[in-house]
Design a protein around this ligand. Sequence first.
Ligand SMILES: NC(=O)c1ccc[n+]([C@@H]2O[C@H](COP(=O)([O-])OP(=O)(O)OC[C@H]3O[C@@H](n4cnc5c(N)ncnc54)[C@H](OP(=O)(O)O)[C@@H]3O)[C@@H](O)[C@H]2O)c1
Length: 330
Amino acid sequence: MKVLMYGLGSVGSTMAKMLLERGASIVGAVIASESKHGKDVGELLGIEPLGVTATTDAQEALARDPDLVVMSIASYMDDMIDPVRACLKAGCDVISLSEELMHSWRTSPEETAEIGALAKEHGARMLCTGHQDGFWVSLPAVLMGTCFTIDEVRGSAAWNVDDFGAELARDQQVGASREEFDAWAATAQRPPTFGRTSLHALAAMAGLDVEESTTTTEPAVAEHDLHCAALGEDISAGTIIGFTDIDVVTTKQGVTLRLEMTGKVYAEGETDSNTWEVLGQAPVKIHSEGLQTHWTTCSTLVNRIPQLLEAEPGYRTIDELPQLRFRAGS
Ligand SMILES: NC(=O)c1ccc[n+]([C@@H]2O[C@H](COP(=O)([O-])OP(=O)(O)OC[C@H]3O[C@@H](n4cnc5c(N)ncnc54)[C@H](OP(=O)(O)O)[C@@H]3O)[C@@H](O)[C@H]2O)c1
């Protein structure tokens, strides 16, 4: 299979190496910075030269006739739509990690319909997956499948601001005072949370019809002095170290879906975690600790590729595909 990497940053580079290990042939990479333009993709990956270059010119890269585009450039529809349009018009299948496009029928309905129509017109498929596919949708969907009646599904997940860069730390309001946080929370125009689109995908997976979606945000406050590596700053007790988004989705069937997602600077000993509880006649609960989100993200996308290739052309969502499963290399 000939693959074009669209985005060769942190996750794009890992996925490129995984795909090479699985026998794919990489025909190039689309990048944003001029300083990488014309460089060998292997060199950018820190491996042997591959004899193909990275380019800022998407049309030139698409003319290399890839079978599949692996896109990891952005989270939201506004930034994704033009690159996706270009790939679908070229008749290429696209698999991406965009959090909104994993299930964007309710958050960006017109654009999603446009992508679906374009994909069908050109005989191509578009699918978005990633960490949330496994841990925030597929896993609770299987747990729900063990229940006969359900009142509420409750998830909580945590990630460490220090695993990412300074920009994200500032987005998470790290270092702000409580007053500054409250002023930001009252006025901020934020795109749909990753929790909301995950719960919409979970509702679709369980055949539930969404009624209402709400998001509230609560600050995470440092209990002790700690260091924020992402900002290179010491944070004193009482200062904001991130926040929790609480997404609640109600459904016509009376099942409430809830996901609390915390992104904050971890204190010593804290790790990424994920908990799901299904409350009803016979409650069930599952808890995962010490998750390596970077690896689960990239592996999930690679394992979804064979299912994407077998799907009908169009904008596909994970509820339409078979269960996520491990795919061994040959
Ligand atoms: N679903 C999940 O579980 C999950 C998890 C992690 C990340 N993600 C997604 O993956 C995206 C990338 O994450 P990352 O950590 O790899 O970020 P990153 O390290 O900042 O890499 C982003 C890459 O995209 C390129 N890029 C950005 N805008 C572009 C454009 N318009 N055209 C072409 N290339 C462009 C950048 O080019 P340069 O190298 O030239 O700057 C860079 O190669 C995130 O926005 C998110 O959507 C999803």
